[in-house]
Design a protein around this ligand. Sequence first.
Ligand SMILES: [Zn+2]
Length: 509
Amino acid sequence: MRLNDRLTTHWDTLKADELRHLQGKRLHGFLKNHVVPFSGYYGKAFHDAGLDPDEIRTVEDLTKLPFSSKRTLISSEDGTPLTRDFVLVPDEKILARRPATILRAMRHGREAVKTGFEKEYRPILMTSTTGRSADPIPFLYTQHDLDILALTGRRMMEVCDSRPEFRHLNLFPFAPHLAFWQAHYAGIGYNTFTLSTGGGKVMGTEGNVRLLGKINPDALIGMPTFIYHVLQVAVEKGLHCPKIRRIVLGGEKVPEGLRRKLRTLCAELGSGKVEVMATYGFTEAKMAFPECPSHGGDATGYHLYPDLGIVEVIDPESGEVVPDGEPGEIVFTPLESRGSVVLRYRTGDLISEGLTHEACPACGGRMPRLMGRISRVSDVRRMNIGKVKGTLVNFNELENVLDDLPEVGTWQIELRKRNNDPLESDEIVVHVAPTGRVDGEMLESLITERFLAATEISPNRIEFHDAADLRRRHGVGKALKEEKVIDRRDETALTGEKPSTPISHHEVS
Ligand SMILES: [Zn+2]
């Protein structure tokens, strides 16, 4: 395997300066040998800018490259995805001239060389973005990329301190999305039993609960709210699942309060100590980064794979790279990808405590980590409340407020127009399924108080429901992303649309 030849076995032990040296070398090779000659978009972009890949040899040189974003990936005319422009399509004449190709052909024959290139460059799997507003943007994987997906999967298992003899239950919805495939290939890469249920969409909450009882898993992998629903129903049914020791979450933010609730549910199912860990991944990276077990301490941050990609944190307004420990927007550049490749991709995700290169206090790993809470620029929405027009409300904060309240089981925030009149002001209705018996009035004033403290607005109404009712509202089993904040004000104009100007992180964090 060519990939294995190049793998850095000590990827998690290198010091910061050694890492940057390695990354600089890889970046240069990646641009010179793969991206510039074989990417329609970047070949032209480098040519137009008069830029030579030989001018980019260090991590600092990255700043010579322009950023990309969701907007770069779609046509400015009609908004359709520019998929092919970003796929590496090899030029056989260029490949044939390379000394490495000639050497390999002499050793293994021309046929082996041809098969090798097909594995490296032919797209065989596709995932796409989950955006609710725009066209999904496809991202293509070659066999080489799937080898990386299995490798990052194996690393996730190792960082999360799984064991090959564990039984893993993958509850991500079956879909052409990174989360499902990353979890599937984690099982392959780690050579461990992993049952993918397909999530609620494929077999409903009931089906997942049944498998939970049958498999008696050691580890659960999936979306936080869905796993919460499944565990809750399992408790209602009086199931006994004494072996759960790890819950690995992806696809959504995971506030401390939700982790606590998941651990409580596991205890009710008879499990002992359970480590709840979050992962962070996105379509354009084609990989996901995990936390390691915190053993009851603070969250350990997302452990990155520095040999496979460079993560920068930038000031979202100026675009300048910020020093370690400072908040900003997460930007990603792959170092080993084939298929779809974008460079310096602006994720639109803000990280509250930035990057660190300090060794992890929990696992000792020296890989860089992203620290703190992740929030999405698009979760900051403009609201017209009362007479005040255009107040920016950070729904990331409100989600944390609700998840951190132990009396709140599940919830949904609904944005609507007063009296359903489009000319009226906006309203916030909070739907809550309380945990057990609670004093409604007390909980109502508690939620209002916390809302005010976090965002200086208060909900117009708080409605109580039972857990099953809220599951229906979330579209569990139907929607791919649980609808935790639902915007019914003007479905066409506002849902999920990113603001055209970036909002400074000072306003949103
Ligand atoms: Zn760690």
